[in-house]
Structures are given as C-alpha cells and as structure tokens.
Design a protein around this ligand. Structure first.
Ligand code: FPP
Length: 241
C-alpha cells in the first residue's frame, strides 16, 4: 500500500459510518451482536492505520440517537460491548498516542459507561498522534439543538449579543468545537445515506460509499479509500481559478 504520509492532499479528518454489522452476522446465521463484536475488531485496525495514511483525526459513529429504537437485547449488548471495548483498548490507545474524545449526549448513557468515557478522555488528554472521536448517543440534529440551547442561555444571560450570532458562533457550542471539519466521510455497507451524522460539520466533506460491510472493512481498503480522496478537487463553493 503506498504511503500517503507526505501527501498534502491526504484527508486530515476522516469520519466513518460503520454500517453493515447486522447483515454481516445474519448472512452467517449468527445474531446481530456477533456482527457488532466483529465490527469492534475493525475499529482497532482502522485507528492503527491512520498515522501512516496521514489521517490525524478519525471520527466514528458508534451509536446514534435513533439506535435506541432497536431491541432491548441489541441495545444492552451494544452498551456492554462499548464498556468492554473501553476497558480492553484503553492501554493500547494510550500507548499508541491516540487521544480519545466522545461526542453525543451522555445523559441517556449509563453511569459506568460515562465514567469510563471520562477516564479515557483524561488518560489520553496529552496524546497528539491521532485524534479519535467516538460518537455515542450522537445525532446531528440533536447536537445542533443542544448547542442552540446553550447559545440561547448565553444570550439570555446577556453574555452574547444576538446580532453578532453567526455560523462560527453556533459552531463553538457544538460537541465538535475543538475538531476540524471532516474532509472525507465514508459509509460502509452500500447504503448512500448520512443518517444524521455530523450534519453541520460535513457541509463541504467529500463522501465515499463503499459496498463492503463494516466487519469486512480492512485497513487496506481504508487506505485505498483515503488515497482516492487525493484525486478529488475540492472547491468549497468557489469557482476554480
Ligand atoms: C451499524 O450496523 C452499526 C452500529 C449501529 C454499531 C456500530 C458499532 C460497532 C462497529 C461496534 C464497535 C464500536 C466501538 C467504538 C467499540 P447495523 O447494525 O445497522 O448493520 P445492518 O445495517 O446490517 O443491520
């Protein structure tokens, strides 16, 4: 696989909708959770591939605000998997220089999981090699609504003049305020939808929809998709000069 470390056109921030775990499991006659477990293994592989590909920020969609509508067994199995993942991977993420952050509304998540999330954020706070953001109970509309609520409070308290509010003001209240916008959004499993993921932040992102189901998405394929980004011309709404 060619090395894109020195390629200026490598996407700095890649976001991934990891879709297809359920179908992957069902095609093997297994329960859906089996697919989520297989999917969790791919997360490590893809995170580890980032430095050599020149990807500095990786954001992954682990659980959406809509995913609570799944069966209770699947939801609790996923929550257990997240707790297990955080316990199991904490040391290797730390040692590999990965800074972990979480986005999404923590209010509905169980206390143990939230404590683990806080601890991992703290443990890895000084790391700078790769910035991994895990979206957990995340929805783009929900995020904008929560940001608006916080902004409205600041306005009500007289700290912000409503006449000065613009897109940058609102962006400061988003969960992602410290992150650059994604350059490339990948969705696996052949579905061409964004499903409420980073709606605001992806305004100028490039999209790549691949047919591979997430548990089959290897570091090699990730590398190919990242390299294909380098050939794209981005205009950000301007006319090419
Ligand atoms: C979508 O596949 C996947 C999810 C809702 C969960 C994503 C979770 C993982 C990849 C597990 C591990 C993640 C971490 C951070 C440890 P789907 O269930 O919608 O698949 P389907 O469309 O085939 O039904």
């Amino acid at each position: 696989m060619p090395n894109a470390k020195d390629t200026p056109a490598a996407p700095r921030h890649v976001a991934i909708i990891m879709d297809g775990n359920g179908r992957w499991a069902q095609s093997r006659g297994k329960p859906r959770l089996y697919g989520h477990h297989a999917g969790a293994k791919r997360v490590r592989e893809v995170v580890e591939a980032c430095p050599d590909l020149g990807v500095k920020y990786l954001t992954i969609f682990a659980f959406s605000t809509e995913n609570w509508k799944r069966t209770q067994a699947e939801v609790s199995g996923l929550m257990k998997l997240f707790r297990r993942y955080l316990t199991k991977e904490a040391q290797s993420l730390f040692k590999n220089g990965v800074r972990v952050r979480f986005i999404g509304d923590r209010i509905k998540l169980d206390d143990t999981l939230v404590r683990m999330m806080d601890e991992l954020e703290l443990l890895t706070a000084d790391n700078t090699k790769v910035h991994l953001t895990i979206a957990l109970n995340y929805g783009g509309r929900d995020e904008v609504a929560r940001a608006t609520k916080r902004l409205a409070r600041e306005v009500a308290q007289g700290h912000i003049d409503p006449e000065t509010v613009d897109a940058e003001t609102l962006a400061r209240f988003l969960d992602t305020y410290v992150l650059p916008d994604p350059d490339l959004v990948i969705r696996t499993s052949g579905e061409a939808r964004i499903s409420n993921f980073l709606l605001w932040q992806s305004a100028y992102a490039e999209y790549e929809f691949v047919d591979t189901l997430w548990p089959d998405f290897t570091a090699d394929e990730f590398g190919r998709v990242v390299h294909s980004f380098a050939g794209r011309k981005r205009r950000f709404g301007a006319v090419p000069g």
